[in-house]
Design a binder for this molecule. Structure first.
Ligand code: GDP
Length: 298
């Protein structure tokens, strides 16, 4: 879509544009592949995915006798698609009621914003939503969620003070009593290096399972695309603590590091449920690998 294309313009310039400028000058040769390798690394594809893509392109250059920029671009797009396609696993929130989604990530990654966007997304599918203000460390986060809930007629379960586990436990019971479809549970932002906070979120997860043994049904990790390769360490650390079942990668619009999806796919694959390509309420989209690649290259 045009929206996605516009949102991805910086990564698009880095990859597609980089390729066009490489080809303005000459035919395919080893030097060109080497420059392309740098271009991919600069777009944060990571060493693994980049090597894989370059090997594949070299093979096709020789075997399929690629000559033109268009042919190479198409081969690159195909290669990238093959890498990221396994990440395309849409979230199905209809398997339980309430379907409990626990949301984690570092401060500023876009958790709260994404919760608002997700609430709208589920409402648009005719589902009722309840928010749990589980970021009990920052009063501002609770206020932000409550304001948002009031404005959009969505119930927010919050406590003055209190701990995250208790808030989310109450929220799940409230959702059950009201026959709510989806619970979006916020948690405080934390860095993987803050070990006591990683222990705390592991405890939150255990308490959620006490409210409903099948819950959480989804553990979403929100990642800011701007952190590039650091995303890999975050996925691994949060996965170890809470068992990440899905990713949201935000701010793909503000960055030239969209290649990070390829790095994630090769090095720590997790279903990429949604991507954020802007601050607007509709700028959180289910991830579609083909659309993503097309938006980068077409
Ligand atoms: P939190 O600390 O993880 O809850 O992060 P917030 O939800 O408060 O988001 C931090 C900032 O990132 C806010 O200014 C958001 O508007 C912005 N943001 C979140 N997602 C996106 C996105 O996909 N694109 C852009 N451009 N900004 C985003």
């Amino acid at each position: 879509s045009d929206r996605l294309k516009a949102g991805l313009s910086r990564t698009r310039q880095q990859l597609g544009g980089g390729l066009a400028s490489l080809f303005g000058r000459r035919k395919i040769d080893e030097d060109l592949l080497e420059e392309l390798e740098s271009t991919l690394l600069m777009a944060d594809c990571g060493v693994e995915a980049t090597q894989h893509l370059i090997d594949e392109l070299r093979l096709r250059w020789k075997r399929d006798r690629l000559e033109t920029a268009d042919q190479l671009q198409k081969a690159l797009a195909d290669g990238l698609h093959a890498i990221i396609a396994p990440l395309e696993q849409p979230l199905d929130a209809a398997t339980h009621r309430p379907f409990v989604i626990m949301i984690a990530g570092v401060n500023g990654s876009g958790k709260t914003t994404s919760i608002g966007k997700l609430a709208k997304y589920f409402q648009a599918q005719g589902k009722s939503v309840l928010l749990a203000a589980g970021d009990t460390f920052r009063a501002a986060a609770r206020e932000q969620l409550m304001t948002w809930g009031e404005r959009n007629n969505v119930t927010v379960v919050a406590q003055d003070g209190g701990d995250a586990a208790a808030v989310i436990f109450d929220a799940i019971n409230a959702a059950r009593a009201r026959n709510i479809d989806v619970v979006l549970a916020d948690t405080a932002g934390r860095l993987p290096t803050q070990l006591h906070l990683m222990e705390e979120i592991a405890k939150v997860r255990r308490v959620i399972a006490k409210a409903d043994p099948s819950a959480p049904h989804e553990v979403l990790l929100v990642l800011d695309a701007n952190i590039g390769q650091n995303a890999l360490a975050q996925v691994k650390a949060f996965d170890k603590a809470i068992g990440v079942t899905g990713l949201v990668v935000t701010k793909l619009d503000g960055t030239a590091k969209g290649g990070v999806l390829a790095a994630i796919a090769r090095q720590c694959p997790k279903p990429l449920r949604f991507i954020g390509v802007g601050e607007g309420i509709d700028d959180l989209q289910p991830f579609k690998a083909r659309e993503f690649v097309d938006a980068l290259f077409e």
